[in-house]
Design a protein around this ligand. Sequence first.
Ligand SMILES: [Zn+2]
Length: 508
Amino acid sequence: MGRFYITTPIFYVNDVPHLGHAYCAVNADAIARWHRGLGDETLFLTGTDEHGAKVAESAEKHSMSPADWTDRTSERFQEAWRTLNISNDDFIRTTEARHYSTVQTFLQRIYDNGYIVKDTYKGLYCISCEDYYTTEALVGGRCPVHLCDVVEMEEDNYFFRLSAFEDRLLEWYESAPDAIAPFAKRNEALSFIKGGLKDVSITRTSLTWGVPVPWDSSHVFYVWYDALINYLTAIGYGTDDEKVATWWPHVHHLIGKEIIRFHCVWWPAMCMAAGIEPPSNIFVHGWLLVGGSKLSKSMAADEDSPVKLTDITPASLTEDFGVDAVRYHLLRETPLGSDGDFSIGALASRYNSDLANNLGNLVARVATVVGSKCGGVGPCPDPESPLAEAAAAAVSGAADAWEKFAPHEALEATWRLIGATNAELEATSPWKAEPGSVDNVLGSALEVLRIVALLISAAMPATADEIWQRIGLSGSPASELLPGAAAWGGYPGGLTVIKGDPLFPRRK
Ligand SMILES: [Zn+2]
């Protein structure tokens, strides 16, 4: 048992939450739930990023104050996460007083340490990224992320002396080879650093919607600089040193690959500049693609783009497929760290094959045969069952996979056990046998369902609870201690088994 602090990026409030956000939130949620299951003291943080020029513009367009606008748009994310059963312990909004206080304390320390200086900045700026680009970084003269036009900007700004951290960053990458994962993403970030680092502009005078610079009230911090610091706000940086010492060494940032530069170059350097350790782990996930394009709200809103992805809201899928099926698909279909293609067809097909035919069928057939052959009372498992070995393999496979942020592998391991159990039932056909001769095989199948409920509890919490109750157990699999609770032989027998409706009715 240990401590586990996991964060998602804070999501930009300017549009409705879409499936790309949900992909990140569901993965972080499942990993957090797994760690709670291990008995780790766990802190799971998500939230919304609410400053910057785009937000101020949108507010104006809607004839609202930025504060009212962000109240409304932040709520959409909170609602989406409730729908998806996201179990975050904290939800941070960068407009909260606690965040202003942490940002100002943190950046004041960097300023006092001599790593923030004043200078004039001139460059090409993408308003969607809220970031400057060099001419070489553009694609056909346009923003490489959004493929939109960039504008020329000149500002008298404060600069973070990122260039002073090249060597220290390289040393850190060398000394902590696992800090950034997967390895290919680590190398990508490393090549940014090796390419040479320039100082970055971190304040703006062109707008007021931001955190004021404590030593110069005519400036606000650039939205990215305040946003990154949210990970420290949530653990009380600046007000509660003990809490920071408790949680910061255990932080895991789950991020999308489009923000590698901010998280794997700027952020560790900012931490060093403020005199704290860089984050212990940054895990970079890939993009969900639809028809080969990134699932991005900015691109979807682009008139020139043929892809209209803002239509795929999490709620539009959960209404149709159910919350746990959507969670399962997001966790199972694409290895975290790789890009994946999303399609409704693939979701429907996985629903039928994995959930209806495999898991749902196993639960239904075991309950039916226990009903017809054992009077609805579950027998004890067979200590010698061939399924015991398959179960042990599933438990250790799942545990290893969750530990390395590989939910798809954890679920594959679990589904191998489900498949083996369905095959064992086919082979022994207890529904054809005499009552009294089937106790071992049915007790063992019930034991598999108990173990499966434990193993899927992080990914599909409501389904896990439902299976748990149907096989007669009380409480919730989420409150059992893993992996010990998943050792073979825990099903006590003598419990009433309920058939119930199909967990995942087959879809046409
Ligand atoms: Zn851009």
